[in-house]
Every structure is written in C-alpha cells, then in structure tokens.
Design a protein around this ligand. Structure first.
Ligand code: ATP
Ligand code: MG
Length: 286
C-alpha cells in the first residue's frame, strides 16, 4: 500500500464537474442493478471520539454518571446512496482511498450485508466471491478449499472433482496441507482466487486478491477474468493498483466516502483519481 491513507481527503466539486456520463461498455444486457444503496455498520462498545480536555470529570461526577452509562453504539455510514447498472461482459474496477467503501459495496452486492435502504438486483443467482470472509487461517489450505467451495455453491462431489484443479491453479503445492497462517500473503491470495475462480460464476468479485500475486499469477488471473467475461459474466475488481485496473477493466467506479464520484472509462477515471490523490497529498504537506 501507498502512504495515501494518512491524508485527509476531500473531493472538490470543481474536480468533478467535468465527470463523464456513466457509460456501460458491455453489450450483453443487464446483469446487475444497484439502486440508491445505503449500508450502515453498527459498532457496539465503541469509545466516544472527539472529546477534548473538557471530558475530565471529578470523582463524584464519575460516580454519578456510572449508573447511567450506556454501551456506546456508533453508526458508520459506509455506503451513502450508490446507484449503477452493470451489463453482462463488463469488467468493472472499483477504486478509492482506504475506508471509502469499496469492500462494503462488494459485500452488499454479494448479499453478505443487508442494505440499510436501497436495492440490489442481480439477473441470476449470484455466485460471488465471499471467500475472503470464509477462509480460516488456522485450517489447512485443503480444508479451506472444501469450505470455501461449498460456500460458493459447489456440491461436495463437485469440490472433489475440482480440488486438484484448484491446487494447481493456486500453485501452492504441498503447502495445501499446512494451515493458511503459514502462507505468504501472495500464496493466500492465490488460493483465495483459485477457489473463487473454480466456478464460472455469473458475477465474479475480486477484492485486492491480485495485489500480492506475482506476474505469472497475474496473467493467469487475467485469463480467468476474460473467460468469465466471455461466458457473459460480470467481473468486479477492487484494487489500489491503477495499472492493474487499467489493464483488466472496461469501466471504473470511483468511490469516495460511500458515494460514487465517477463512473466511466478506466483511463479517464484513473487519471482523475490520480490527480485527486496527488493534490490531496500536496495539500496535506503544504
Ligand atoms: N465490520 C465493520 N464494522 C464497522 N465499520 C466498518 C466495518 N467494515 C468497514 N467499516 C467502516 O466502513 C467504512 C468503509 O470501509 P470499507 O472496508 O468498505 O473501505 P474500503 O474502501 O474497502 O477500504 P480499503 O481500501 O482500506 O480496503 C470505513 O469507515 C470503515 O471503517
Ligand atoms: Mg477494502
């Protein structure tokens, strides 16, 4: 990761006024429709933030307030009104700074978290990459392949049949018999991707899985994404690597503070995003 997470980002309206009109580049008909999606996390037991020195209380004040103390619940509005449509055959990159809502958006589309409001419609039953959440570090690669594949909707017989294919695709060899905590991050990413790619789902979602892959694996991943798109599937790819996004996507969504700030061709959106990040960095160091 880069050092951009330290920066306080704000999008200026003038940066966005010239944003191109959303353009669906696929031609295979509608595959997915997201309409005014809102997702809110509730965090229990959160400490109140933003209290300065005025917070100091005397002993009596503390005693008095103790009985009335409630468990603090904080709401994090992670997605705040996102709408877009995706066509079959599209490969959609999602970019944005840390905490902007990319992973949340994917998880909501995958049906892993319920929307606070708004809707997600998918054309056919989505076999999405929920594997990130499912893989368990203490279990071996083999067990994770079983569990992850079942979670993706394969039957036990199908998992057995595809097991070797998954191991080969991940190129992790004998490590498959070790717990995943013994894997390098690249190996973990390979296995996750191999599991999710063992089906040819209608919609494949990849969240930074490629970031740690080496060149050879990246080429394989690219081929798999192409295969899914050729079979009229839709691919979503979240990555902080603009080069990866540009080489693999036909369209890019830029998410910021839970909102969609730009939706268009990869070159245009990535260039604008890059400029934005550079400007924010300059402002932060000025
Ligand atoms: N399980 C959770 N509980 C509470 N808040 C969460 C949870 N997951 C994410 N958030 C919050 O929701 C917002 C969006 O987070 P999200 O993980 O979707 O961002 P992201 O764009 O994927 O970031 P990154 O680039 O770091 O992966 C952030 O403010 C984050 O703190
Ligand atoms: Mg994320």
């Amino acid at each position: 990761m880069t050092d951009i997470e330290e920066v306080d980002f704000e999008v200026d309206q003038e940066d966005l006024d010239a944003a191109p009109v959303p353009a669906g580049s696929g031609t295979g008909g509608l595959s997915l429709l997201v309409n005014d999606l809102h997702v809110t996390y509730r965090v229990f037991g959160a400490k109140k933030v933003g209290h300065g020195p005025g917070r100091k209380q005397g002993t009596i004040g503390r005693l008095l307030s103790r009985g009335a103390r409630q468990p603090a619940v904080r709401e994090v509005k992670a997605i705040r009104g996102i709408s877009f449509a995706a066509d079959h055959g599209e490969s959609i990159g999602i970019i944005g700074v840390n905490g902007s809502g990319k992973s949340t958006l994917l998880r909501a589309i995958a049906g892993l978290i319920p929307p606070a409001s708004g809707t997600v419609h998918v054309a056919s039953s989505p076999a999405l990459l929920g594997v990130n959440a499912v893989l368990m570090k203490d279990l071996t690669g083999e067990r994770n392949i079983m569990i992850g594949s079942l979670a993706m909707g394969l039957t036990k017989a199908e998992v057995k049949q595809r097991y070797q294919e998954i191991v080969d695709f991940a190129e992790i060899g004998d490590f498959v018999n070790l717990p995943m905590k013994a894997y390098s991050s690249g190996m973990g990413a390979r296995l996750r991707f191999a599991i999710s790619a063992s089906t040819v789902p209608d919609i494949l979602m990849i969240d930074e899985a490629l970031a740690t892959g080496d060149a050879g694996f990246r080429a394989k991943s690219k081929a798999k994404m192409a295969e899914i798109r050729e079979s009229a599937g839709t691919v979503f790819l979240v990555s902080h690597s603009l080069a990866t996004i540009k080489s693999m996507c036909t369209r890019v969504l830029w998410v910021h503070e839970g909102k969609l700030v730009m939706d268009g061709p990869p070159d245009v959106v990535c260039a604008r995003y890059k400029r934005f990040v550079e400007q924010s960095r300059k402002r932060a160091t000025a």
